[in-house]
Ligand binder design. Sequence first.
Ligand SMILES: Cc1cc2nc3c(=O)[nH]c(=O)nc-3n(C[C@H](O)[C@H](O)[C@H](O)COP(=O)(O)OP(=O)(O)OC[C@H]3O[C@@H](n4cnc5c(N)ncnc54)[C@H](O)[C@@H]3O)c2cc1C
Length: 408
Amino acid sequence: MDLAWSADDAAFRDEVVAFLDEKLTPELRQAGRLMTSVYSDHEASMEWQRILHERGWAAPAWPVEHGGCDWSLTQHYIFSRESVLAGAPSLSPMGIRMVAHAIVAFGTPEQKDFFLPRILTGEVFFCQGYSEPEAGSDLASLSMAAVDDGDDLVCTGSKIWTTHATEANWMFCLVRTSKTGKKQEGITFLLIDMNTPGIEIRPLVMSSGEEVQNQVFFDEVRVPKSNVIGTIDDGWTVAKYLLLFERGGGAAAPALQVMAESIAEAAAQQPGPGGRPLLEDPVFAAKLAEARIRTKVLEVLEYRTLSAGVDVGGAASSTMKVLGTELSQRLTEIWLETAGPRGRVYQPHATAPGGPIADFVEPDGGYVSGESWQAVAPLRYLNDRAGSIYAGSNEIQRNILAKAALGL
Ligand SMILES: Cc1cc2nc3c(=O)[nH]c(=O)nc-3n(C[C@H](O)[C@H](O)[C@H](O)COP(=O)(O)OP(=O)(O)OC[C@H]3O[C@@H](n4cnc5c(N)ncnc54)[C@H](O)[C@@H]3O)c2cc1C
């Protein structure tokens, strides 16, 4: 394994850094640095997508003919890494990083022509309708019915935990078109226009107070069969393909490094036991050092995956998912401790959360206790608890690893 960038990769890195320096405004960097979850503020995220699209870098992992970049795996990693280090807002993954790959692999020419350019511009914004109240880890148990009626499928049922359903104008969705055979059979992958009559969205209030996830209800919603991706009853094939992109392909270590560095900087200023800086407290310093060492280990694992030429899927993405989310949870605990008593105050008005908090009225003068990084700490801590649940819970990832890596 060679950990040094080649001359070409170093030149590419310089090009990316120069672009980020020029294009990231202070407002965009603020939105990237003060994320209360893995999602940036929606407006900032869409603005950054527009800027990246202008440069041809909004969807680098797509095939070149659809607007992607002819980059090596290392270049993809460098781009993700430098973007995070520079404080760029995150882009919503559901369109660019998820359903687009399914459309490229299984879509008709008409579907590709319609959706792919509009996903790039942000004109089409997707949410993911996989989970149901009775189907999460055991996704194949899903029951939202889609009844065949001429040129349409008529959908009735409910999807839950749907991130960004209120912002999205399209949903990619798994529906049940047949109840015969194994439960993985009879599932269809469908794209639903969220403005179709019969759809009702109810936001779910998370423990952080944010309303980013939703429950979506469908009452005899008519969807043209031309919106099926792949073939009717064989949606499981498409769904499994897409999950490879949901769980893999990212660079988690750089974001964790940024968080660890910010914590260290803040802890050097915060009073600790005996009035000395918190960073000089041996117990605190040992906790932070352990998390930073684990972050370094994750980074080396990411490099190793890269140098082995492994892209997405399989045991590697399950390993990264478990290590990345558990380490992130640990760092948010240390962040909260660093923020001290002011970090315990719930003050969502002081942040730009991953989604706006409905009905929030800013108090007179917008009083904020402490600094904005302290105000973000409790929201980030609470939202991060979900990291080990979504995108396939960490218990499910460990089951995959037990089979794929340990042969159990
Ligand atoms: C913040 C957030 C955002 C989300 N966004 C979306 C979204 O946009 N679209 C979408 O479709 N879904 C979304 N989800 C749903 C997510 O995919 C599910 O929550 C997840 O798959 C787990 O399903 P569940 O909640 O039904 O829990 P369950 O499947 O009921 O699991 C409950 C517990 O049992 C454990 N468990 C279950 N089966 C096993 C097993 N075989 N072996 C060992 N342990 C097991 C689980 O690990 C978990 O701890 C989101 C969830 C969260 C929290």
